[in-house]
Design a protein around this ligand. Structure first.
Ligand SMILES: *Cc1c(COP(=O)(O)O)cnc(C)c1O
Length: 364
């Protein structure tokens, strides 16, 4: 059967390997598997959010509040932005999809970093847009600016901090990109890991409120990382109301489930859980830097909840990731991004102990 020609150039998104796969293929007990591959919150989900998920079981027959009034009110308060500047998606992924369908077509171009979140390319290709990339794997303003001037792309994706590398762009440099953009270029600021960057160094923090004065910028955030709700699929976009109104035309009804909505409302109010997540992270990431120095490995300074180790021959990322997998430790191999590197989500102290012990063996 023939499908749209655009599909020929799309590589299906490869998610981090699930625990079930390691159990099935290598016969390892589920409790012995350490999953550090998808940047999930290692301490789980806010207890308050868990409780409302249970409490909502008897409302499963009802559609959720499609206005998402309460969640929007909480986001509006947290970010000090008006409610008409907010759209909720099934993950910020869904907002990315709305952006592609609302703004791009087969005559469009998009610009992104050489190594960045894979879904930008997939959503852009789905609608036939042409992909342009900066030359190096780091997010460099000096590489974005000349390409923006030359191509005036329809969308520029600025992932800060960036996945899968972990580096970030300073607030002032992001503003420089925004101010250099053509008025018809939509600048997408993906802040999926902003809570970690803000805690590490305020110079890298972006406040959606500060971006609202630009009519061509959208900020994306998610409940999947610091807020511990990856399985619930809730994210949001914050922009000028004109952009939000356009994106709303792409939105299916009831686009997040009532459980997800309730969980996000509870998680929004449980700031203690978020602080605890960040505090654990800050303590544990130092161990990854120390380990890299001990083992003479290069790493990218991280502003996220993961760290990227770069290997030099004869070390081979694919081989290392496979050997770790056979031992029940799941990390992300970045070979498909053109890097001899692995990305490791910072886990709990115990999970990290296990990673260090197995990786030390593998590197010998
Ligand atoms: C995790 C992530 C997202 C959003 O994920 P959702 O679970 O769909 O909200 C968006 N961008 C980047 C760069 C991410 O790493």
């Amino acid at each position: 059967m023939k499908f749209n020609a655009e599909l020929d150039s799309i590589k299906t998104y490869e998610a981090g390997k699930p625990i079930e796969l390691v159990v099935r293929e290598f016969g390892i007990a589920p409790e012995d598997v350490v999953k550090l591959a998808s940047n999930e919150n290692p301490i789980g989900t806010s207890p308050a959010a868990k409780q409302v998920i249970i409490d909502h079981a008897d409302k499963a027959h009802l559609y959720p509040d499609d206005s998402m009034f309460e969640l929007k009110a909480l986001l509006s308060e947290r970010f000090d932005v008006p409610e008409e500047s907010i759209i909720i998606g099934a993950g910020s992924d869904q907002v990315l999809e709305f952006i592609s369908r609302a703004k791009l077509n087969a005559t469009s171009t998009v610009l992104m970093s050489q190594v960045t979140f894979a879904m930008y390319e997939i959503y852009a290709r789905q609608v036939g847009a042409e992909i342009l990339r900066t030359p190096s794997y780091e997010h460099r303003v000096a590489e974005f600016l000349p390409m923006m001037a030359e191509h005036a792309p329809d969308v520029v994706y600025v992932c800060t901090p960036n996945n899968p590398t972990g580096d970030a762009i300073k607030h002032d440099d992001v503003i420089q990109i925004i101010e250099a953009a053509d008025p018809e270029t939509l600048v997408v600021i993906d802040g999926a890991y902003m809570e970690y960057a803000a805690a590490k160094d305020p110079e890298y923090q972006l406040e959606p409120k500060d971006l609202l004065s630009y009519p061509n910028v959208i900020y994306l955030g998610t409940f999947s990382k610091a807020y511990g709700l990856g399985g619930m699929r809730v994210g949001y976009g914050i922009a000028n109301p004109e952009i939000i109104r356009a994106l709303y035309k792409m939105r299916p009804p009831f686009n997040i489930s009532s459980l997800s909505l309730a969980a996000a409302i509870a998680a929004s109010q449980d700031t203690a859980f978020v602080s605890e997540s960040i505090a654990l992270h800050q303590k544990q990431i130092g161990r990854y830097e120390a380990f890299a120095k001990e083992q003479d490995l290069r790493y990218i300074e991280s502003y996220t909840n993961f760290i990227t180790y770069l290997f030099d021959a004869p070390h081979d990322a694919t081989q290392i990731a496979d050997t770790l997998l056979h031992q029940g430790v799941i990390v992300r191999n970045l070979a498909s991004y053109g890097l001899n590197a692995i990305r490791i989500t910072i886990g709990t102290a115990e999970q990290n102990d296990r990673l260090f012990s197995v990786l030390t063996e593998v590197l010998q």
